[in-house]
Design a protein around this ligand. Sequence first.
Ligand SMILES: Nc1ncnc2c1ncn2[C@@H]1O[C@H](COP(=O)(O)OP(=O)(O)OP(=O)(O)O)[C@@H](O)[C@H]1O
Ligand SMILES: [Mg+2]
Length: 375
Amino acid sequence: MENPFVIKPYKSKDLFCDREKELEIMVTNCLNYSDMTLISQRRIGKTGLIMRLMDELKENHSDIATIYFDIMATRTLDDFIKLFAEAIMKSFKPKTSIGNKFMTLIKSMRPQLTFDNITGEPQFQLVYQSPQEKVQTLQGLLEFLDSQGIHIVIAIDEFQQIREYPEQNMEALLRTYIQHTQNLTFIYCGSKKHMMTDMFVNEKKPFYSSTSFVTLKKISVESYSSFIKRLFAENGRTIDEDSVHFILDWTRRHTYYTQMLCHTVFANRAESIGINDVKDACQQLLSQGESTYLQYRQLLTAKQWNFLIAIAKEGSVRNITSAEFLGKYKIGSPSTASRLVEALLEKGLINDDVTITGTSYELNEVFLSRWLEKM
Ligand SMILES: Nc1ncnc2c1ncn2[C@@H]1O[C@H](COP(=O)(O)OP(=O)(O)OP(=O)(O)O)[C@@H](O)[C@H]1O
Ligand SMILES: [Mg+2]
């Protein structure tokens, strides 16, 4: 029996929990050609939601075409162009009219994109001469899509990665070309929250104020508990109310971790699931993670490690420089605490949740947090 608690970004609508409101907003934005930025804590479900949206568009707005690509692994503009071209090919198969035209374009392009069909999946090679020509290729791809007479939604995942390219002014360049398109709607998504925010909220940056924001929070207790109960029930299992609450509490409703725990409980095959089955699964996950957690310790200074433990023990810390918190864990001065926060944010180990009433901090990795709190 297949495990219904999937841990890849998206499988199907039935196995995807809630996000109805966010989805509705995103569909509306798409219909209105309004570009979007999706920002949230790590592993909360950004990529999954984009997949869900594309599924929804396919089902109910089939006149809109979709293109998705993830640029996490790209290092240069060449890589970007290559992935973009491959994503276009995936969306418009060679036998379709647009796919056909795209192949013709590819063949005519200078710098050349050559198509490799050995694997069956489209794979391109960029053969270019100058930086100028690369830029023309990029512009060519966007112009091509824009001139097909259909509405296309293009999602670029891990978008902040363009800041790592050696090419100067990538943001300005992309912004300029994108600005001139008529029929394309862009979704920018990224897991480095601070960088993404800087790209879209800083008025000195090219993408400033060019999109509307979609913020992903945690899924509500009501939605997640009925989802969990339904998926177990549909697979001939039962789970009691206490166990469901324990799962949501222990994983803090952080999507990836909640899915992972449910996945493990399911995999352990108990038919009527009680609190002990859940606790066993928790223990199992912590043991599995242990060697990784110990490696983290190697990468941190003793002070950083102790600070991480302090946050883990608190679960979530509101006043990170308060005398009470600093004294309780022997952290030192407020300025030491601020430096430690910076370092751990930079390493992606903690998350800052900024609200009107203040900022609270917690560990990004829930299982690591649960492991550290026992120290
Ligand atoms: N609404 C949902 N229902 C069920 N599972 C979900 C949902 N959203 C996300 N998930 C699960 O949570 C995990 C993380 O989701 P996803 O990869 O989309 O997060 P992300 O925010 O893009 O993470 P990252 O910051 O690492 O890019 C995935 O395993 C996915 O299966
Ligand atoms: Mg993602």
